[in-house]
Design a protein around this ligand. Structure first.
Ligand SMILES: O=C(O)CCC(=O)C(=O)O
Length: 267
């Protein structure tokens, strides 16, 4: 991988993350690293992200418009493997959470132009989907190209991570959180539209309510997500695609398994 580990968040950025449940990290990695990851993403997914490798049978029709997604590129591509499992990236998650962290997963999330069928990522939290007994999960979402707001950068309800959990909003027949919990949009301030440069990131807590508008440009939006969680989290035993195939995981025990290594501090 071309030189350049992620930079660490500043004290102000850490404070912003803990207070608001999200933070914008300009230049988290050099743009050359983003460009290298983009090249490898295109090799895996095709130049227009026409290859979708995930197979999620319980996905709703609205969910299918949100992204062309490719799960776990780090399993098949050494450049993603090196980046996702780097000590430097674990260190970023550690500093934001203020605790030792384990690696959870990675995913390419490409939002197609609205004119080609791409839709909004509807308002949701990630936490209700996870088989974890406690909060403290960071999603690091890196722009692999320049992503202006109109291409679909995320918006967050600041402070919503402190309000509780509001259900599996991506699957709720009643609609997303604007329909089921409209009060949240009065109680929490919405983050501003963000223009990201290649190599910039947003990081959000899995309990933070978030959304991304449809991609109003004519080019695909290329983003790469890695996720980290508190190393002392216990497994609840609930079904999840990242844990279903791992019989060694025991409910009410930590995730002591090579699939979920402690990313920082590395012993
Ligand atoms: O890429 C997107 O549009 C949304 C990503 C997201 O929901 C997440 O990272 O938790």
């Amino acid at each position: 991988m071309s030189s350049g580990s992620p930079r660490l968040p500043t004290q102000e950025e850490v404070a912003h993350y803990r207070d608001n449940g999200w933070v914008h990290l300009p230049n988290l990695v050099p743009s050359s690293v983003a460009t290298q990851l983009l090249e490898h993403a295109k090799t895996l997914m095709g130049g227009e992200a026409e290859e979708v490798k995930s197979n999620k049978p319980n996905r709703t029709s609205s969910q299918r418009t949100m992204w062309q997604d490719y799960d776990e590129p780090s399993k098949s591509d050494p450049v993603f493997d090196e980046f996702a499992h780097s000590e430097g990236l674990g260190h970023v998650a550690h500093d934001l959470l203020g605790r030792p962290v384990r690696y959870l997963q990675d995913q390419l999330l490409v939002k197609l132009p609205a004119a080609k069928g791409g839709g909004a990522t509807t308002w949701h939290q990630d936490m209700p989907y996870l088989p974890f007994d406690r909060s403290g999960v960071a999603h690091i979402w890196v722009a692999l190209i320049d992503i202006p707001a109109e291409m679909g950068t995320m918006r967050f309800l600041s402070g919503s991570q402190k309000q509780g959990l509001f259900g599996r909003a991506l699957h709720d027949d009643k609609g997303d959180l604007t329909a089921t919990h409209p009060e949240l949009f009065d109680e929490c301030e919405m983050s501003p539209p963000l223009d990201l440069r290649a190599g910039d990131a947003t990081v959000h807590d899995a309990a933070t309510v978030h959304f991304a508008p449809p991609n109003a440009t004519d080019a695909p939006r290329w983003a790469y997500l890695t996720a980290f969680f508190r190393a002392d989290t216990l497994f609840t035993g609930a079904p999840h695609r990242d844990t279903n195939a791992i019989p060694e995981l025991i409910p009410n025990k930590p995730f002591d398994h090579p699939r979920f290594p402690v990313a920082y501090p590395v012993r």
